[in-house]
Design a protein around this ligand. Structure first.
Ligand code: FMN
Length: 209
């Protein structure tokens, strides 16, 4: 494969385009779009979001030490883009889209009812990096839409129709997964059993997508 050399830049993708909710000192809710997010640790469950200081959300999160990461879906595409183009300083994005909110369980920040997966987070550290500050946070509660949990208690993320972002473009993840974690080293019989268990019945959903 012939490769060209570029100077170092953030050529990483796809990434989830998430909607992060936060509240100000008076409890007013704001929502903004974040692409610079990632899992940082399994135990304790930790995530990062990178936020520019000028965002209203930066102020909210820095002051309260809490936020909620709401995964987005294809259905939420327009609001995901809008909430990343307009600040809560000039428009009430919750009102603009008539967004239904679910009260926080372990944080004082609500989640978006429309989101299939919401992660309630408590900030553990803030690191100044340059254009963005990195918030490292612990996930203290997960809220998952019952309709994407199958009868064995497994999450069916393909069913959720999640949204991804890659270098200025949005993509749909509403497709059948290609394989499961560990399939390359699993024994053949286990592989087949896992495949059948996980993907049976999904083909119908994906036809015509
Ligand atoms: C797809 C997408 C991803 C974005 N990712 C980030 C991000 O990771 N960090 C950030 O500070 N701003 C990011 N933004 C920009 C903010 O969402 C945008 O400036 C927003 O209006 C800030 O809202 P607020 O002032 O209400 O907090 C992103 C925008 C889009 C459209």
């Amino acid at each position: 494969m012939a490769k060209e050399l570029f100077k170092g830049s953030v050529l990483m993708g796809p990434l989830p385009a998430v909607l992060v909710t936060s509240v100000d000192a008076a409890g007013k809710v704001n929502v903004f779009t974040v692409g610079w997010t990632g899992i940082a640790c399994t135990h304790p469950p930790m995530v990062t979001i990178a936020v520019r200081k000028e965002r209203l959300s930066y102020e909210n999160i820095k002051n309260t030490g809490e936020f909620v990461i709401n995964l987005t879906t294809v259905e939420m595409l327009k609001m995901t883009d809008f909430c990343g183009c307009r600040s809560g300083r000039t428009v009430d994005k919750i009102k603009h889209f008539g967004l239904e909110l679910d009260a926080g369980s372990d944080v004082n920040v609500p989640s978006l009812a429309k989101s299939p997966v919401s992660l309630e987070c408590k900030v553990r550290s803030v690191t100044e990096l340059g254009s963005h500050d990195l918030f490292l946070a612990e996930i203290v509660r997960n809220k998952v839409d019952k309709s994407i949990i199958d009868k064995d208690g497994k999450f069916d993320f393909a069913k959720a129709g999640l949204l991804a972002y890659c270098h200025g473009e949005y993509f749909s993840l509403a497709r059948r997964p290609l394989a499961t974690f560990g399939h390359s080293v699993a024994k053949k019989a286990t592989r087949r059993a896992n495949h059948l268990k996980r993907f049976q019945g999904q083909k119908k959903n994906n036809d015509g997508q």
